[in-house]
Structure formats: C-alpha cells, structure tokens
Design a protein around this ligand. Sequence first.
Ligand SMILES: Nc1ncnc2c1ncn2[C@@H]1O[C@H](COP(=O)(O)OP(=O)(O)O)[C@@H](O)[C@H]1O
Ligand SMILES: [Mg+2]
Length: 325
Amino acid sequence: MTQNPNVPLIHTVSVVTLSVDDLSVQYQSQGKKIHAVDHISFSFSEGESLGIAGESGCGKSTLGLAVMKTLQENASVSGKILFDDISILETSDSEFTKDIRWKQVSMIFQGAMNSLDPVFTIKKQFMEILQKHNFQGDHVQTIESAISSVGLSHSVLDKYPHEISGGMKQRVVIAMALILKPKMVIADEPTTALDVLVQAQIMILLKKLKKDGLSIILISHDLGIISEIAEKVGIMYAGQIVEFGNMEEIYKNPKHPYTVALLDSIPKLQETKKITPLKGNPPSLVNPPSGCRFYDRCPQAMEKCKQDPPKIKTASGFVMCWLHE
Ligand SMILES: Nc1ncnc2c1ncn2[C@@H]1O[C@H](COP(=O)(O)OP(=O)(O)O)[C@@H](O)[C@H]1O
Ligand SMILES: [Mg+2]
C-alpha cells in the first residue's frame, strides 16, 4: 500500500463508525474451502450498539475475528473494513497491534473466561497484558480501576481463576478487554454457558458500559439477549447477513422468514405464544447454494428463491428475500 508519509494512517477521532464492505472470509481446511463469511456489508456508528445473531456455525465469530485482525492462519480475507477512517485490512499487523487492537477496538473472545491461565493470579494476567502493550501509566492503579469498573472488588486480583465463579471470570475477561480504554468492544457470546441469573447480571454490566460511552457489538445465538441492548441488528444465516436494520423494527416486524423463525424460537415475556424451534440444518459452507440459503427450511419458499437471492434495501436496512421485492 502506498502511503503519503505526511499523513498518518491512524487518526484519533471521537466518532466511531464501523463499516464493512463486501467482506468475505474463507478457511482452507482438509483440502476444502469453507465460506464462513460471504460478501457481507453493513455499517453502524457512534453511540449505537450492534447485535449479530444467528445459529451456531453461521460465521458470527469469524466476522468478529476479521474486524480484530485475529483470524487463524488458514483464513483468507477480502473486502474492506473501515474503523473510523482506518482501513483495517490494509493496516499492517504491527501497526494494528501497536495502535488499534485493544486500544481502539477490542474483543471479548468466545469462551475466553475458560482460557484464563490456571497457574497465574488474575493480577499477574492483567500485568502481562499491560506489559505486552508497553503500557506507560501506573499498572496497579489501572488494573484496580478496570476491575472496579466491572463491579468486582480488588481482592479478586490475588485469586487464581479456579477460586472465582463463572460470572466473576466473565467480568475479569470483560475488564481485560476494556483495560486500554477502547471505543468499541466486540463481545462474542459473553453470556453463553452462564446460568440465567448471572447472564442477567452480565447484561446489566454491558448496558452500564454502553451508557458510559462504549460502542458494543454483541454476538449471540440468542436474539432475545441482543434485543436487550442493541439498536441495530444483523441476522446471519450461513455466512451472510440476511436482514439488517433497527432492532426494534425487526423485533416488531421481522421480514426475512429466518428472522421470523429465530424470533419464534425464543420465549417472550408478555406472550403466551408457543415456542417453535426451527427444524432442519443450515446448508454446508463448503458449497453453499447459489440461491437463497434458507430455501430448504423456508415455509414461504418460491421457485425463484432457488436460483438467486436478492438484496433488497428497506428504509432502514436491507433484507435478502424475494418476498420483499
Ligand atoms: N479455523 C477454522 N478452520 C476451519 N474452519 C473454521 C475455522 N473457524 C471456524 N470455521 C468454520 O467456519 C464456520 C463459521 O464458524 P464461526 O465463525 O465460528 O461461526 P459461529 O461463531 O456463528 O458459530 C463454521 O462452519 C466453522 O466450522
Ligand atoms: Mg462463535
């Protein structure tokens, strides 16, 4: 990439906008190509929270890892990701590590709470993060303030991971993601594997952080959880975003039959309507069908859905469905 030496690639601007343009990620595995993220485009900006919902295996984590430039070696990426005016995929790894990852955008990785190192205290693990990033301020004070910001007492710092509960571990990994004060955090299934009460407490924490000015991308298979916090939502199915728009509108008036099915599969407080689990399985991501990927499971499928999936713009987003032409 050619770059004017007088124009720094990294700017400090207060408005956070993430825009993803025609992003694709493929994994090479056992001689096959897995199209985990397939031509995805969307954008959202300051003060908003975005939810990414969809069944397991639809590419949600891959999308988050692509934004964080932390995909595994067997992945290849194309398209564009703009964070403010930083072109993430064009920024070198060293520059991204030095100036952007954890400092501007960070991620609470799926299952991270179970990857805390069992042989070190929580404090030691925080110290390592700060040392790795060559942090110049007061280490202990910074760690204590991070741990307080997630509602934990400082005594947690002297404990080993096995000495604290699942909910506390999740708070610890949230504090780790926030320690270098990023503007945006990608939270990948942060409540999965926690019991319902603890889930609710983590959601209260995320809402508080959002109120304090953090932009959150919440990835979850549970659209109910996403609806608690996100203004915008992207519904993912088999590597694509099939519906994108305002959370409230989509919740009240889902357009894509897959979104309808996802909503029908979660319990709603005020309604007595029966929960209908979605039957069948998503298509293979090795050879995804050329037409609508939901065709096989869609109760409203038409003949033309088999060949070509449309992308229809709506007032506030888009829906990939011929029913809304
Ligand atoms: N490192 C990898 N190598 C090969 N395939 C992968 C890798 N990571 C994920 N996948 C595959 O990519 C698809 C999307 O996975 P993922 O992004 O983890 O989905 P989700 O987070 O929605 O469950 C799945 O088919 C998964 O098996
Ligand atoms: Mg995942």
